[in-house]
Design a protein around this ligand. Sequence first.
Ligand code: FES
Length: 166
Amino acid sequence: MNRNYLNVRFKAKTTLQAGHMERRTFIKKLALGSALLAGILSLLGILRAIVPKLTRDKMTYKLGHAADFPMNTFTLAEKASVFIYRDHVGLRAVSALCTHLGCTLEQSDDGFLCPCHGSSFDGDGRAQSGPAPQSLAWFQVSLAPDGQLVVDKTKRVSSADIFRIT
Ligand code: FES
Protein backbone atom coordinates (compact mmCIF):
# COMPACT_ATOMS: atom_id res chain seq x y z
CA MET A 1 0.00 0.00 0.00
CA ASN A 2 0.97 3.47 -0.71
CA ARG A 3 2.34 5.42 2.29
CA ASN A 4 0.25 8.52 1.48
CA TYR A 5 -2.90 6.39 1.38
CA LEU A 6 -2.16 5.03 4.87
CA ASN A 7 -1.54 8.56 6.19
CA VAL A 8 -4.87 9.81 4.82
CA ARG A 9 -6.70 6.81 6.26
CA PHE A 10 -5.10 7.32 9.70
CA LYS A 11 -6.06 11.01 9.73
CA ALA A 12 -9.65 10.21 8.72
CA LYS A 13 -9.93 7.62 11.52
CA THR A 14 -8.52 10.08 14.06
CA THR A 15 -10.97 12.77 12.92
CA LEU A 16 -13.89 10.33 13.26
CA GLN A 17 -12.79 9.39 16.79
CA ALA A 18 -12.52 13.06 17.75
CA GLY A 19 -16.04 13.69 16.40
CA HIS A 20 -17.34 10.73 18.38
CA MET A 21 -15.73 12.11 21.57
CA GLU A 22 -17.24 15.56 20.98
CA ARG A 23 -20.68 13.99 20.58
CA ARG A 24 -20.28 12.04 23.82
CA THR A 25 -19.17 15.17 25.64
CA PHE A 26 -22.11 17.10 24.20
CA ILE A 27 -24.59 14.40 25.27
CA LYS A 28 -23.09 14.32 28.77
CA LYS A 29 -23.40 18.12 29.06
CA LEU A 30 -26.98 17.98 27.73
CA ALA A 31 -27.94 15.34 30.31
CA LEU A 32 -26.30 17.33 33.10
CA GLY A 33 -28.07 20.53 31.99
CA SER A 34 -31.43 18.73 31.85
CA ALA A 35 -30.94 17.31 35.35
CA LEU A 36 -29.98 20.77 36.64
CA LEU A 37 -33.05 22.36 35.02
CA ALA A 38 -35.33 19.68 36.49
CA GLY A 39 -33.84 20.35 39.92
CA ILE A 40 -34.37 24.10 39.64
CA LEU A 41 -37.98 23.65 38.50
CA SER A 42 -38.67 21.29 41.41
CA LEU A 43 -37.21 23.83 43.83
CA LEU A 44 -39.39 26.61 42.37
CA GLY A 45 -42.45 24.37 42.80
CA ILE A 46 -41.63 23.84 46.47
CA LEU A 47 -41.03 27.58 47.04
CA ARG A 48 -44.32 28.40 45.33
CA ALA A 49 -46.15 26.11 47.74
CA ILE A 50 -44.41 27.61 50.79
CA VAL A 51 -44.46 31.35 49.98
CA PRO A 52 -48.26 31.92 50.23
CA LYS A 53 -48.15 30.47 53.74
CA LEU A 54 -45.32 32.81 54.70
CA THR A 55 -47.17 35.86 53.33
CA ARG A 56 -50.60 34.99 54.76
CA ASP A 57 -50.47 37.99 57.14
CA LYS A 58 -50.37 40.30 54.13
CA MET A 59 -53.71 38.91 52.98
CA THR A 60 -55.57 40.63 55.81
CA TYR A 61 -56.21 44.36 55.52
CA LYS A 62 -57.62 47.00 57.84
CA LEU A 63 -59.54 49.47 55.71
CA GLY A 64 -60.86 52.12 58.07
CA HIS A 65 -64.31 52.58 59.51
CA ALA A 66 -67.61 51.66 57.85
CA ALA A 67 -68.65 55.31 57.74
CA ASP A 68 -65.64 55.98 55.47
CA PHE A 69 -67.43 54.13 52.66
CA PRO A 70 -70.28 55.92 50.84
CA MET A 71 -73.69 54.24 50.82
CA ASN A 72 -75.03 52.18 47.90
CA THR A 73 -71.86 52.18 45.88
CA PHE A 74 -68.65 50.27 45.35
CA THR A 75 -65.52 52.02 46.65
CA LEU A 76 -62.06 50.87 45.61
CA ALA A 77 -59.79 50.08 48.56
CA GLU A 78 -56.49 50.13 46.68
CA LYS A 79 -54.23 48.68 49.34
CA ALA A 80 -56.32 45.50 49.44
CA SER A 81 -57.30 45.55 45.75
CA VAL A 82 -60.96 45.11 46.64
CA PHE A 83 -64.15 47.05 46.11
CA ILE A 84 -66.17 47.60 49.28
CA TYR A 85 -69.91 47.83 48.84
CA ARG A 86 -71.88 49.43 51.64
CA ASP A 87 -75.65 49.67 51.94
CA HIS A 88 -78.18 49.98 54.76
CA VAL A 89 -77.70 46.28 55.64
CA GLY A 90 -73.90 46.11 55.82
CA LEU A 91 -70.71 45.69 53.83
CA ARG A 92 -69.28 43.27 51.28
CA ALA A 93 -65.84 43.03 49.68
CA VAL A 94 -65.20 41.83 46.12
CA SER A 95 -61.86 41.43 44.39
CA ALA A 96 -60.87 44.37 42.19
CA LEU A 97 -58.47 42.21 40.16
CA CYS A 98 -59.49 40.81 36.82
CA THR A 99 -59.43 37.02 36.72
CA HIS A 100 -57.76 37.08 33.32
CA LEU A 101 -54.33 38.61 34.01
CA GLY A 102 -54.91 40.59 37.19
CA CYS A 103 -55.50 44.16 35.98
CA THR A 104 -57.33 46.44 38.39
CA LEU A 105 -60.98 46.73 37.36
CA GLU A 106 -62.96 49.89 36.90
CA GLN A 107 -66.60 50.37 37.76
CA SER A 108 -69.08 50.37 34.91
CA ASP A 109 -72.80 51.12 34.77
CA ASP A 110 -73.72 47.54 35.59
CA GLY A 111 -70.66 46.14 37.34
CA PHE A 112 -66.98 46.14 36.52
CA LEU A 113 -64.91 46.49 33.38
CA CYS A 114 -61.30 45.52 32.79
CA PRO A 115 -59.31 48.24 31.02
CA CYS A 116 -56.70 45.77 29.78
CA HIS A 117 -58.56 43.34 27.51
CA GLY A 118 -62.18 44.27 27.98
CA SER A 119 -63.58 41.58 30.29
CA SER A 120 -66.75 42.61 32.06
CA PHE A 121 -68.35 41.45 35.29
CA ASP A 122 -71.80 42.14 36.67
CA GLY A 123 -72.48 43.70 40.08
CA ASP A 124 -72.26 40.27 41.71
CA GLY A 125 -68.84 39.72 40.16
CA ARG A 126 -70.01 37.14 37.62
CA ALA A 127 -67.91 37.10 34.44
CA GLN A 128 -70.05 38.38 31.54
CA SER A 129 -67.74 38.75 28.56
CA GLY A 130 -64.12 38.88 27.48
CA PRO A 131 -61.25 36.54 28.17
CA ALA A 132 -61.73 36.43 31.96
CA PRO A 133 -62.16 32.74 32.81
CA GLN A 134 -63.80 33.09 36.23
CA SER A 135 -66.04 35.30 38.29
CA LEU A 136 -64.61 37.63 40.92
CA ALA A 137 -63.91 36.40 44.45
CA TRP A 138 -65.77 37.80 47.45
CA PHE A 139 -63.93 38.00 50.75
CA GLN A 140 -64.88 37.90 54.40
CA VAL A 141 -65.38 41.24 56.10
CA SER A 142 -65.21 41.61 59.88
CA LEU A 143 -64.56 44.23 62.53
CA ALA A 144 -61.26 44.63 64.39
CA PRO A 145 -61.30 45.48 68.12
CA ASP A 146 -60.45 49.09 67.22
CA GLY A 147 -63.62 49.33 65.11
CA GLN A 148 -61.94 49.18 61.72
CA LEU A 149 -63.13 46.97 58.92
CA VAL A 150 -60.96 43.96 58.19
CA VAL A 151 -60.96 42.16 54.84
CA ASP A 152 -59.43 38.69 54.94
CA LYS A 153 -58.47 37.59 51.45
CA THR A 154 -57.73 34.06 52.63
CA LYS A 155 -61.43 33.56 53.42
CA ARG A 156 -63.81 33.47 50.48
CA VAL A 157 -67.51 33.95 50.92
CA SER A 158 -70.51 34.06 48.60
CA SER A 159 -71.59 37.32 47.02
CA ALA A 160 -74.69 37.18 49.22
CA ASP A 161 -72.71 37.15 52.48
CA ILE A 162 -73.05 40.58 54.05
CA PHE A 163 -71.20 41.77 57.09
CA ARG A 164 -74.06 43.31 59.02
CA ILE A 165 -73.53 46.56 60.83
CA THR A 166 -75.56 46.86 64.00
FE1 FES B 1 -58.63 41.75 32.38
FE2 FES B 1 -57.18 40.68 30.49
S1 FES B 1 -56.53 41.37 32.41
S2 FES B 1 -59.29 41.05 30.49
